[in-house]
Write a protein that binds this ligand. Structure first.
Ligand code: MOS
Length: 752
């Protein structure tokens, strides 16, 4: 074990010059990651640190009847065994619900078991091996009750809100009348499987108490929210909770909220009075850290003779846990995607003995678009229309349910550019018409991608010093998407400085609140805060220069200057300008500071519907004898407003589309209905694409300017790639085989 407490983290550094918005910079943290110099939470080992290992439940419902605490305590190296009998009492009960963003946690406050893999004890020891052995020696015995495990469970109800408080279901127009008047109708039910995020980096925490002050190395997608939640549980001031999260090995939503096991690590550190490291094992992540709930969605569509929709009805059945509320909002996509005079979406749910579901990459949109895009394809087929022509026939010029104009919408261009690149016009209308040279069936499918352009809240601070160097600080998060790079590019652009001149700081809770890295809104929100802070710096420089008769900018006025290359330039004559250094020197100023806020603009959001869009074209090959399915080619064309870094954006689209492949063909958690335990809680049997499963991928960045969405015109690119793709692949499988599989993932047995 190495003592790494006193060694500072190496700062991510640029790999190349030239930094402005739109440049395809390589990830600034890339070299640190591939050389192992980037230290993740679990890489930290402060002096005196102990290791904690959880024992978890093997039943899904009931209580813990016995733990052999004496055996565990007797094991050499074991320092403490934390169970409900000695777990620190908390200032706030973990079932106390503050707001929809406060999720109930299982923190050893009693002996109840609410889901499989729920923590039931924590063993703290001098070594990981001793803690692991101690946890095994606990040999828990349980009193089990029969679990509810699937969507056929009793007790359907209508949730009061979907997602975590989104508006309830909507009805526009008369769907039944629209269906009755239709000349063609389809009704179909689609199922999507439960999925678990499975970020490469498991949830972890290294917790060190100093009196009532708490230091945490902990991956988190939202530092200020985590600070608040932890402070509330321990009855301390949020300012006394310091969280460092400079690097994450993925999150996908599962690190948006503090996870119960992370809090258990903090409790264990308090119990033993020494720093504690707790890292979850892969199988333990199938329970207490969120998942995407299964869905069963019934779509009813009707069209007139010309293939124009007369009605769209989208009913979704999903599940939450027995003790908390998160309802996968699958119907949302039907509010926004296709023009229909009558649209209704409804959600029902059952309560299952599982951990509480959570947002997972494109929560609602991924599962919802998988069903909607399949149904739209089936409707096109019923009309005898090409699937692209059908979608264009029903193109929404305004947001269908709200009637609002779109702040921008380049979906038509996405369809056109994607179709051209893919070669869609050569697609035969009927299925089972194409074979490759090896005799495999070939099919082509299309799915429309969509994701809302959200904005949350963030703050940033920028300081320009007399040396001409700057510091930009924001508690933003890079969970792999490239924030270290793209946000620094925004800072460089807005300050008019080369990226090398900026000490760019993120990933720590002692920086200004950077908001949550989620909802595909982080670049837009944090970027707006950085934009605001930099604008204040530039405005102060301009005020100093334009008021000074000794400056070449004298009299140019604030509106008349622009910052570029470390200089302020007159807008009307860019040959006239002055160095930042000279301006500060003559004014006798050591530094100027600016602060900015990113937040949604309520008036703009009231006036416009804001969404990113895309079109995903998929090719699959199916073995006619064995049913084996391969996705072989994906072309996605996406329009998402202003692109900060095309290299990183492509990477987000590729990642999203690979998740779509996974959604359509591979991922599913399989529950044992007898025990309520996931039967494939490991990466050998919970299938996600490996390199050999990833098809040829192309992402086309369709130009789109949006003057309304936020100051920088950014819509967000993190989640849209998974939407549309699963439907496109399902549609391609139908086109290859003539078999419509309505249950995802589509596995080979369903084609035989
Ligand atoms: Mo995401 S599911 O908003 O981290």
């Amino acid at each position: 074990m190495t003592d790494t407490a006193s060694r500072p983290d190496p700062a991510p550094r640029p790999l190349r010059q030239g930094s402005s918005i739109g440049q395809p910079l390589t990830r600034r943290d890339g070299v640190l990651k591939v050389t192992g110099a980037a230290r993740y939470a679990a890489d930290h080992s402060p002096p005196g640190m102990l290791h904690a290992v959880m024992a978890v439940s093997r039943i899904a419902r009931g209580r813990v009847a016995h733990l052999d605490v004496a055996a565990a305590e007797a094991h050499p190296g074991v320092v403490a065994v934390m169970t409900p009998r000695n777990a620190p009492r908390l200032a706030r009960h973990p079932d106390e619900k503050g707001d929809p963003f406060t999720f109930r946690l299982d923190l050893l406050q009693d002996d109840r078991v609410r889901y499989a893999n729920q923590p039931v004890a924590v063993v703290v020891a001098e070594t990981l091996e001793a803690a692991t052995e101690g946890a095994a020696l606990l040999a828990p015995r349980f009193e089990a009750e029969p679990p509810a495990t699937g969507l056929d469970a009793d007790g359907r109800f209508v949730p009061g809100a979907i997602g975590i408080g989104d508006p309830p279901d909507v009805v526009k127009g008369d769907v039944e009348a629209g269906l009755a008047a239709a000349s063609r109708r389809i009704e179909a039910t689609y199922e999507t499987a439960a999925q678990y995020h499975n970020a490469l980096e498991p949830h972890a925490v290294v917790a060190s108490w100093d009196g009532d002050r708490l230091s945490l190395e902990m991956p988190s997608q939202g530092l200020a929210m985590a600070q608040g939640r932890i402070a509330g549980l321990f009855g301390i001031d949020p300012g006394d909770v310091h969280i460092r999260s400079p690097f994450l090995g993925g999150g996908f939503g599962s690190k948006g909220m503090v996870a119960g096991p992370q809090v258990l690590g903090i409790m264990a550190a308090r119990l033993v009075g020494r720093p504690v490291k707790l890292v979850m094992r892969r199988e333990q992540m199938f329970g207490p850290v969120g998942h995407r709930a299964p869905t069963r969605q019934t779509l009813r569509l009707g069209t007139d003779e010309a293939g124009a929709l007369t009605a769209l009805d989208h009913h979704s059945l999903t599940a939450s846990s027995t003790f908390d509320d998160f309802f996968e909002p699958s119907g949302g996509v039907s509010h926004t995607l296709y023009a229909a005079p009558a649209i209704a979406t409804r959600h029902e749910a059952v309560r299952l003995d599982t951990g509480t579901p959570l947002f997972m990459r494109a929560p609602g949109e991924a599962s919802g678009s998988a069903a909607l895009e399949s149904a739209v394809d089936e409707m096109a087929q019923a009309c005898g229309m090409d699937p692209l022509a059908f979608r264009l026939r029903n193109y929404a010029e305004a947001e269908p349910v709200s009637g609002k104009p779109f702040s921008s919408k380049a979906l038509r261009e996405c369809y056109a550019q994607g179709a051209e690149r893919f070669g869609w016009s050569a697609r035969p209308l009927a299925p089972r018409q194409m074979r490759d040279e090896a005799g495999l069936l070939v099919g082509w499918g299309l799915g429309t991608a969509t994701f809302p352009a959200l904005m949350f809240q963030a703050q940033a601070r920028a300081e320009l010093r007399a040396s001409g160097d700057a510091t930009v600080e924001i508690g933003a998060i890079d969970m792999g998407q490239g924030a270290w790079t793209s946000l620094a590019q925004i800072a460089a652009e807005e300050l008019g400085l080369d990226i090398d001149r900026i000490d760019f700081r993120i990933g720590s809770s002692d920086l200004p609140d950077g908001g949550i890295a989620g909802g595909s809104a982080h670049t837009a929100t944090a970027g707006a805060a950085i934009h605001g802070a930099a604008a204040q710096v530039v405005a102060q420089l301009a005020a100093l220069a334009t008021a000074d008769p000794a400056s070449p900018l004298y009299g140019a006025g604030n509106a008349g200057v622009v910052a570029r290359g470390g200089r302020l330039l007159r807008r009307d004559d860019e040959g006239r300008g002055e160095d930042f250094v000279a301006i500060l020197a003559r004014a006798g100023r050591g530094a100027v500071e600016g602060r900015g806020t990113g937040a949604p603009d309520p008036a703009a959001r009231d006036a416009y519907a804001m969404h990113a869009h895309g079109a995903v074209f998929a090719e699959v090959k199916v073995d006619p004898d064995l049913g084996q399915i391969r996705a072989t080619r994906l072309v996605g064309a996406f329009a998402a407003g202003r692109i900060i870094n095309p290299r990183l954006v492509r990477s987000q689209y590729y990642g999203g589309m690979i998740w779509g492949v996974s959604f359509a063909l591979q991922e599913q958690a399989v529950m044992d209905p007898r025990s309520g335990r996931p039967m494939n809680a490991n990466l050998a049997e919970y299938h996600v694409p490996v390199n050999a499963d990833v098809p040829s991928l192309e992402a086309i960045l369709v130009e789109e300017a949006d003057p309304h969405v936020n100051p920088l015109g950014i819509k967000g690119v993190g989640e849209i790639g998974v939407t549309g793709t699963a439907g496109a692949i399902a549609n391609a499988v139908w086109h290859a085989t003539g078999i419509r599989v309505r249950s995802l993932p589509i596995t080979l047995d369903r084609l035989l």
